[in-house]
Design a protein around this ligand. Structure first.
Ligand SMILES: NC(=O)c1ccc[n+]([C@@H]2O[C@H](COP(=O)([O-])OP(=O)(O)OC[C@H]3O[C@@H](n4cnc5c(N)ncnc54)[C@H](OP(=O)(O)O)[C@@H]3O)[C@@H](O)[C@H]2O)c1
Length: 332
Protein backbone atom coordinates (compact mmCIF):
# COMPACT_ATOMS: atom_id res chain seq x y z
CA UNK A 1 0.00 0.00 0.00
CA UNK A 2 1.26 3.45 -0.75
CA UNK A 3 0.14 6.95 -1.28
CA UNK A 4 0.80 8.33 -4.72
CA UNK A 5 3.44 11.08 -4.32
CA UNK A 6 1.42 13.32 -6.63
CA UNK A 7 -1.33 13.56 -4.02
CA UNK A 8 1.05 15.21 -1.58
CA UNK A 9 1.46 18.26 -3.74
CA UNK A 10 -0.23 21.27 -2.09
CA UNK A 11 -0.62 22.69 -5.59
CA UNK A 12 -3.00 19.91 -6.47
CA UNK A 13 -5.30 20.12 -3.49
CA UNK A 14 -8.07 22.17 -5.16
CA UNK A 15 -8.08 19.73 -8.04
CA UNK A 16 -8.38 16.89 -5.55
CA UNK A 17 -11.41 18.38 -3.83
CA UNK A 18 -13.06 18.47 -7.23
CA UNK A 19 -12.01 14.87 -7.72
CA UNK A 20 -13.50 14.00 -4.36
CA UNK A 21 -16.77 15.38 -5.61
CA UNK A 22 -16.58 13.39 -8.83
CA UNK A 23 -15.70 10.24 -6.93
CA UNK A 24 -18.67 10.84 -4.65
CA UNK A 25 -20.89 10.83 -7.70
CA UNK A 26 -19.32 7.92 -9.55
CA UNK A 27 -17.84 5.68 -6.89
CA UNK A 28 -21.06 4.05 -5.69
CA UNK A 29 -21.58 2.64 -9.18
CA UNK A 30 -18.28 0.70 -9.01
CA UNK A 31 -17.24 -2.10 -6.70
CA UNK A 32 -14.78 -0.26 -4.45
CA UNK A 33 -12.00 -2.85 -4.54
CA UNK A 34 -11.87 -2.81 -8.33
CA UNK A 35 -12.05 0.93 -8.89
CA UNK A 36 -9.12 2.28 -10.87
CA UNK A 37 -8.46 5.95 -11.33
CA UNK A 38 -7.61 7.43 -13.72
CA UNK A 39 -8.24 4.64 -16.21
CA UNK A 40 -5.12 3.63 -18.18
CA UNK A 41 -3.06 6.31 -16.47
CA UNK A 42 0.47 6.01 -15.17
CA UNK A 43 1.90 7.60 -12.07
CA UNK A 44 5.16 9.44 -11.48
CA UNK A 45 7.17 6.22 -11.55
CA UNK A 46 5.34 4.83 -14.56
CA UNK A 47 3.03 2.86 -12.33
CA UNK A 48 -0.71 2.42 -12.39
CA UNK A 49 -2.69 2.50 -9.21
CA UNK A 50 -5.84 0.90 -8.01
CA UNK A 51 -8.00 2.48 -5.38
CA UNK A 52 -8.30 -0.13 -2.68
CA UNK A 53 -9.54 1.51 0.46
CA UNK A 54 -10.32 4.61 2.44
CA UNK A 55 -11.11 5.09 6.09
CA UNK A 56 -14.78 4.81 5.41
CA UNK A 57 -16.74 5.25 2.26
CA UNK A 58 -18.96 8.00 3.58
CA UNK A 59 -16.31 9.88 5.51
CA UNK A 60 -13.69 10.25 2.82
CA UNK A 61 -15.55 12.41 0.36
CA UNK A 62 -14.96 15.65 2.21
CA UNK A 63 -11.33 14.85 3.03
CA UNK A 64 -8.27 15.74 0.95
CA UNK A 65 -7.81 12.98 -1.56
CA UNK A 66 -4.17 12.36 -0.58
CA UNK A 67 -5.39 10.32 2.38
CA UNK A 68 -6.81 7.67 0.05
CA UNK A 69 -4.84 4.45 -0.09
CA UNK A 70 -3.64 3.50 -3.55
CA UNK A 71 -1.96 0.29 -4.52
CA UNK A 72 0.48 -0.26 -7.37
CA UNK A 73 -0.89 -2.70 -9.91
CA UNK A 74 1.83 -2.71 -12.55
CA UNK A 75 2.37 -0.54 -15.59
CA UNK A 76 2.79 -3.15 -18.31
CA UNK A 77 0.53 -6.09 -17.68
CA UNK A 78 1.41 -7.72 -21.01
CA UNK A 79 5.14 -7.73 -20.40
CA UNK A 80 6.91 -10.92 -19.32
CA UNK A 81 7.71 -9.19 -16.04
CA UNK A 82 5.60 -7.17 -13.68
CA UNK A 83 7.77 -4.10 -13.44
CA UNK A 84 6.67 -3.18 -9.97
CA UNK A 85 8.09 -6.34 -8.43
CA UNK A 86 11.62 -6.17 -7.00
CA UNK A 87 13.85 -7.53 -9.77
CA UNK A 88 16.93 -9.67 -9.21
CA UNK A 89 19.60 -10.86 -11.63
CA UNK A 90 22.06 -13.51 -10.50
CA UNK A 91 25.08 -14.79 -12.41
CA UNK A 92 26.17 -18.44 -12.31
CA UNK A 93 22.85 -20.06 -11.39
CA UNK A 94 23.20 -23.48 -13.03
CA UNK A 95 24.15 -25.02 -9.69
CA UNK A 96 25.54 -24.31 -6.21
CA UNK A 97 24.80 -21.14 -4.29
CA UNK A 98 23.52 -19.21 -7.32
CA UNK A 99 20.89 -21.86 -8.03
CA UNK A 100 19.80 -21.85 -4.40
CA UNK A 101 19.52 -18.03 -4.38
CA UNK A 102 17.15 -18.28 -7.36
CA UNK A 103 15.00 -20.88 -5.59
CA UNK A 104 14.83 -18.76 -2.43
CA UNK A 105 13.87 -15.61 -4.27
CA UNK A 106 11.13 -17.40 -6.19
CA UNK A 107 9.49 -18.49 -2.93
CA UNK A 108 8.66 -14.84 -2.34
CA UNK A 109 5.96 -14.06 -4.88
CA UNK A 110 6.90 -10.38 -4.81
CA UNK A 111 10.13 -11.07 -6.70
CA UNK A 112 10.88 -11.20 -10.40
CA UNK A 113 14.03 -13.28 -10.89
CA UNK A 114 16.42 -13.38 -13.83
CA UNK A 115 18.55 -16.48 -13.51
CA UNK A 116 21.57 -16.34 -15.78
CA UNK A 117 23.87 -19.19 -16.66
CA UNK A 118 26.20 -20.37 -19.41
CA UNK A 119 23.80 -23.24 -19.92
CA UNK A 120 20.18 -22.35 -19.20
CA UNK A 121 19.12 -25.90 -20.03
CA UNK A 122 20.73 -27.07 -16.78
CA UNK A 123 18.36 -29.57 -15.13
CA UNK A 124 17.48 -27.50 -12.04
CA UNK A 125 16.83 -24.35 -14.03
CA UNK A 126 14.59 -26.23 -16.46
CA UNK A 127 12.55 -27.57 -13.53
CA UNK A 128 12.15 -24.07 -12.10
CA UNK A 129 11.11 -22.72 -15.51
CA UNK A 130 8.42 -25.41 -15.67
CA UNK A 131 7.19 -24.52 -12.18
CA UNK A 132 7.15 -20.71 -12.35
CA UNK A 133 5.51 -18.45 -14.94
CA UNK A 134 7.47 -16.02 -17.09
CA UNK A 135 6.13 -13.18 -14.98
CA UNK A 136 8.23 -14.54 -12.09
CA UNK A 137 11.29 -16.15 -13.67
CA UNK A 138 13.33 -15.50 -16.80
CA UNK A 139 16.28 -17.65 -17.84
CA UNK A 140 18.95 -15.70 -19.68
CA UNK A 141 22.10 -17.17 -21.17
CA UNK A 142 25.23 -15.47 -19.84
CA UNK A 143 28.83 -16.57 -19.96
CA UNK A 144 30.45 -13.91 -17.83
CA UNK A 145 33.81 -14.33 -19.57
CA UNK A 146 32.41 -13.69 -23.04
CA UNK A 147 31.82 -10.05 -24.01
CA UNK A 148 29.39 -10.98 -26.79
CA UNK A 149 27.36 -13.03 -24.35
CA UNK A 150 27.37 -10.16 -21.81
CA UNK A 151 26.16 -7.69 -24.44
CA UNK A 152 23.41 -10.01 -25.64
CA UNK A 153 22.25 -10.74 -22.10
CA UNK A 154 22.17 -7.04 -21.20
CA UNK A 155 20.03 -6.33 -24.27
CA UNK A 156 17.64 -9.14 -23.39
CA UNK A 157 17.36 -8.00 -19.79
CA UNK A 158 16.78 -4.39 -20.84
CA UNK A 159 13.64 -5.45 -22.68
CA UNK A 160 12.49 -7.46 -19.66
CA UNK A 161 13.03 -4.63 -17.20
CA UNK A 162 12.06 -1.22 -18.56
CA UNK A 163 11.97 0.10 -15.00
CA UNK A 164 15.48 -1.09 -14.20
CA UNK A 165 17.17 -3.86 -12.21
CA UNK A 166 16.88 -3.63 -8.44
CA UNK A 167 19.48 -6.22 -7.41
CA UNK A 168 22.48 -7.46 -9.40
CA UNK A 169 24.21 -10.42 -7.73
CA UNK A 170 27.65 -11.23 -9.14
CA UNK A 171 27.84 -14.83 -7.96
CA UNK A 172 29.53 -16.89 -10.69
CA UNK A 173 32.82 -18.25 -9.43
CA UNK A 174 35.71 -20.52 -10.24
CA UNK A 175 38.56 -21.99 -8.24
CA UNK A 176 40.67 -24.03 -10.63
CA UNK A 177 43.67 -24.60 -8.34
CA UNK A 178 42.36 -24.81 -4.79
CA UNK A 179 45.22 -26.73 -3.19
CA UNK A 180 48.15 -25.88 -5.46
CA UNK A 181 51.33 -24.39 -3.96
CA UNK A 182 52.64 -21.08 -5.30
CA UNK A 183 55.57 -22.87 -6.97
CA UNK A 184 53.28 -25.25 -8.82
CA UNK A 185 50.59 -22.81 -9.91
CA UNK A 186 49.63 -22.96 -13.56
CA UNK A 187 50.10 -19.27 -14.26
CA UNK A 188 47.80 -19.24 -17.26
CA UNK A 189 45.00 -20.60 -15.06
CA UNK A 190 45.95 -18.10 -12.40
CA UNK A 191 45.68 -15.24 -14.91
CA UNK A 192 42.24 -16.53 -15.98
CA UNK A 193 41.10 -16.70 -12.37
CA UNK A 194 42.40 -13.22 -11.63
CA UNK A 195 40.67 -11.92 -14.72
CA UNK A 196 37.43 -13.71 -13.73
CA UNK A 197 37.23 -11.82 -10.42
CA UNK A 198 38.34 -8.45 -11.78
CA UNK A 199 38.05 -7.74 -15.54
CA UNK A 200 35.04 -10.00 -16.00
CA UNK A 201 33.26 -8.56 -12.98
CA UNK A 202 33.83 -5.04 -14.32
CA UNK A 203 32.48 -6.05 -17.74
CA UNK A 204 29.36 -7.73 -16.35
CA UNK A 205 28.63 -5.02 -13.79
CA UNK A 206 29.17 -2.22 -16.34
CA UNK A 207 26.75 -3.90 -18.74
CA UNK A 208 23.94 -3.98 -16.16
CA UNK A 209 24.82 -0.77 -14.31
CA UNK A 210 22.55 1.53 -16.35
CA UNK A 211 19.64 -0.76 -15.47
CA UNK A 212 20.61 -0.82 -11.79
CA UNK A 213 20.82 2.98 -11.71
CA UNK A 214 17.38 3.18 -13.29
CA UNK A 215 15.78 0.98 -10.60
CA UNK A 216 14.20 1.89 -7.28
CA UNK A 217 16.46 -0.24 -5.06
CA UNK A 218 19.86 0.10 -6.83
CA UNK A 219 21.97 -2.64 -5.20
CA UNK A 220 24.99 -4.54 -6.47
CA UNK A 221 26.18 -7.59 -4.56
CA UNK A 222 29.56 -9.23 -5.07
CA UNK A 223 29.88 -12.76 -3.77
CA UNK A 224 33.40 -13.00 -2.44
CA UNK A 225 35.18 -15.18 0.12
CA UNK A 226 36.67 -14.79 3.56
CA UNK A 227 39.76 -16.28 1.87
CA UNK A 228 40.10 -12.89 0.16
CA UNK A 229 40.35 -11.11 3.52
CA UNK A 230 43.97 -10.01 4.06
CA UNK A 231 43.42 -10.09 7.79
CA UNK A 232 41.78 -13.53 8.00
CA UNK A 233 42.42 -15.61 4.86
CA UNK A 234 45.85 -14.04 4.43
CA UNK A 235 47.33 -16.05 7.27
CA UNK A 236 45.86 -19.47 6.37
CA UNK A 237 48.62 -21.62 4.82
CA UNK A 238 48.35 -24.02 1.84
CA UNK A 239 44.76 -23.29 0.90
CA UNK A 240 43.40 -21.54 -2.23
CA UNK A 241 46.43 -19.36 -3.00
CA UNK A 242 45.38 -18.01 -6.37
CA UNK A 243 41.69 -17.92 -5.41
CA UNK A 244 42.47 -15.87 -2.27
CA UNK A 245 44.45 -13.34 -4.30
CA UNK A 246 41.69 -12.99 -6.89
CA UNK A 247 38.99 -12.54 -4.25
CA UNK A 248 41.15 -9.96 -2.42
CA UNK A 249 41.32 -8.09 -5.73
CA UNK A 250 37.54 -8.39 -6.06
CA UNK A 251 37.16 -6.94 -2.56
CA UNK A 252 39.21 -3.87 -3.49
CA UNK A 253 37.33 -3.55 -6.77
CA UNK A 254 33.98 -3.49 -4.97
CA UNK A 255 35.28 -1.14 -2.27
CA UNK A 256 36.69 1.35 -4.79
CA UNK A 257 33.72 1.18 -7.15
CA UNK A 258 31.31 1.33 -4.24
CA UNK A 259 32.87 4.62 -3.11
CA UNK A 260 32.01 6.10 -6.51
CA UNK A 261 28.60 4.49 -6.87
CA UNK A 262 27.56 5.81 -3.46
CA UNK A 263 27.39 9.26 -5.05
CA UNK A 264 24.90 7.88 -7.56
CA UNK A 265 22.69 6.24 -4.95
CA UNK A 266 23.87 2.70 -5.71
CA UNK A 267 24.54 0.43 -2.72
CA UNK A 268 27.34 -2.12 -3.00
CA UNK A 269 28.02 -5.08 -0.71
CA UNK A 270 30.57 -7.86 -0.59
CA UNK A 271 29.21 -11.09 0.88
CA UNK A 272 31.06 -14.22 1.99
CA UNK A 273 28.46 -16.99 1.57
CA UNK A 274 29.97 -19.30 4.21
CA UNK A 275 31.79 -22.56 3.60
CA UNK A 276 29.12 -24.27 1.52
CA UNK A 277 28.26 -27.76 0.26
CA UNK A 278 28.97 -27.12 -3.42
CA UNK A 279 31.48 -28.37 -5.96
CA UNK A 280 33.69 -25.39 -5.18
CA UNK A 281 33.28 -25.76 -1.42
CA UNK A 282 33.92 -29.51 -1.47
CA UNK A 283 37.32 -28.93 -3.10
CA UNK A 284 38.73 -27.63 0.19
CA UNK A 285 37.08 -30.21 2.45
CA UNK A 286 40.36 -31.92 3.37
CA UNK A 287 41.97 -28.65 4.45
CA UNK A 288 38.90 -27.49 6.39
CA UNK A 289 38.66 -30.81 8.26
CA UNK A 290 42.32 -30.54 9.24
CA UNK A 291 42.78 -26.82 9.92
CA UNK A 292 39.31 -25.44 10.57
CA UNK A 293 37.50 -28.25 12.37
CA UNK A 294 35.20 -25.78 14.14
CA UNK A 295 33.83 -24.33 10.88
CA UNK A 296 30.73 -26.23 9.72
CA UNK A 297 30.09 -26.74 6.02
CA UNK A 298 26.63 -25.24 5.55
CA UNK A 299 23.96 -26.22 3.02
CA UNK A 300 23.27 -24.12 -0.07
CA UNK A 301 19.87 -23.30 1.46
CA UNK A 302 21.47 -21.88 4.62
CA UNK A 303 23.92 -19.90 2.55
CA UNK A 304 21.44 -18.45 0.06
CA UNK A 305 18.97 -17.49 2.81
CA UNK A 306 21.76 -15.51 4.46
CA UNK A 307 22.95 -13.92 1.22
CA UNK A 308 19.42 -12.79 0.29
CA UNK A 309 18.79 -11.38 3.77
CA UNK A 310 22.06 -9.42 3.73
CA UNK A 311 21.35 -8.15 0.21
CA UNK A 312 17.95 -6.87 1.31
CA UNK A 313 19.23 -5.31 4.54
CA UNK A 314 22.34 -3.47 3.41
CA UNK A 315 21.98 0.28 3.13
CA UNK A 316 23.80 3.03 1.31
CA UNK A 317 25.21 4.32 4.63
CA UNK A 318 27.37 1.24 5.03
CA UNK A 319 27.99 0.69 1.33
CA UNK A 320 31.02 -1.29 0.16
CA UNK A 321 31.26 -3.21 3.44
CA UNK A 322 32.31 -6.85 3.66
CA UNK A 323 29.67 -9.14 5.22
CA UNK A 324 29.49 -12.72 6.33
CA UNK A 325 26.33 -14.55 5.20
CA UNK A 326 24.97 -14.20 8.76
CA UNK A 327 25.01 -10.42 8.47
CA UNK A 328 28.08 -9.81 10.64
CA UNK A 329 30.86 -7.68 9.19
CA UNK A 330 34.20 -9.15 8.14
CA UNK A 331 37.54 -7.35 8.06
CA UNK A 332 39.17 -6.59 4.74
N1 LIG B 1 31.15 -22.91 -1.85
C1 LIG B 1 31.85 -22.23 -0.96
O1 LIG B 1 32.22 -22.75 0.09
C2 LIG B 1 32.17 -20.78 -1.22
C3 LIG B 1 32.85 -20.08 -0.20
C4 LIG B 1 33.15 -18.75 -0.41
C5 LIG B 1 32.77 -18.13 -1.58
N2 LIG B 1 32.13 -18.84 -2.55
C6 LIG B 1 31.74 -18.11 -3.76
O2 LIG B 1 30.37 -18.31 -4.02
C7 LIG B 1 30.11 -18.21 -5.41
C8 LIG B 1 29.35 -19.43 -5.89
O3 LIG B 1 30.17 -20.56 -5.67
P1 LIG B 1 29.58 -22.03 -5.55
O4 LIG B 1 30.14 -22.62 -4.34
O5 LIG B 1 28.12 -22.04 -5.76
O6 LIG B 1 30.33 -22.68 -6.80
P2 LIG B 1 29.89 -23.84 -7.81
O7 LIG B 1 28.95 -24.78 -7.17
O8 LIG B 1 31.17 -24.37 -8.36
O9 LIG B 1 29.11 -23.03 -8.93
C9 LIG B 1 29.78 -22.08 -9.67
C10 LIG B 1 28.77 -21.41 -10.57
O10 LIG B 1 29.45 -20.42 -11.35
C11 LIG B 1 29.15 -20.66 -12.71
N3 LIG B 1 30.17 -20.22 -13.65
C12 LIG B 1 31.47 -20.59 -13.73
N4 LIG B 1 32.05 -20.02 -14.80
C13 LIG B 1 31.10 -19.25 -15.39
C14 LIG B 1 31.06 -18.42 -16.53
N5 LIG B 1 32.14 -18.25 -17.29
N6 LIG B 1 29.92 -17.79 -16.84
C15 LIG B 1 28.81 -17.95 -16.08
N7 LIG B 1 28.77 -18.75 -15.02
C16 LIG B 1 29.90 -19.38 -14.67
C17 LIG B 1 28.98 -22.17 -12.81
O11 LIG B 1 28.32 -22.47 -14.02
P3 LIG B 1 28.62 -23.83 -14.87
O12 LIG B 1 27.72 -24.87 -14.30
O13 LIG B 1 28.29 -23.45 -16.26
O14 LIG B 1 30.07 -24.17 -14.67
C18 LIG B 1 28.16 -22.41 -11.56
O15 LIG B 1 26.81 -22.11 -11.77
C19 LIG B 1 31.48 -18.05 -6.09
O16 LIG B 1 31.73 -16.69 -6.35
C20 LIG B 1 32.42 -18.56 -5.04
O17 LIG B 1 33.71 -18.03 -5.18
C21 LIG B 1 31.82 -20.15 -2.40
Amino acid sequence: MLTHPKWNSPRASGKHHLLGLLLRIYLPTFPILKYTWPKNSTGALGQRYVFVSCDNVFGFINRPIQTLQLQRIGSQPNNTSNNNMPSWLITGTSRGIGFSIVGDLLKDEDNFVIATARDISAKGLKELAAKYPKTRLALVELDVTDVTSIKKAAEEVTTLLPNGLDYLINNAGISPQPMTSFEDLDLKLFADELSFNTITVIQVTSAFLPLVKKSAVKKIIFITSVLGSLELGGSWPFISNSYSISKAALNMLARKWGAVLKHEGVTVALIHPGWVQTDLGDDIKGWMETYAKNVPQISTAQSSAGVVAVAKNVTIDSTASFYNYDGSKLPF
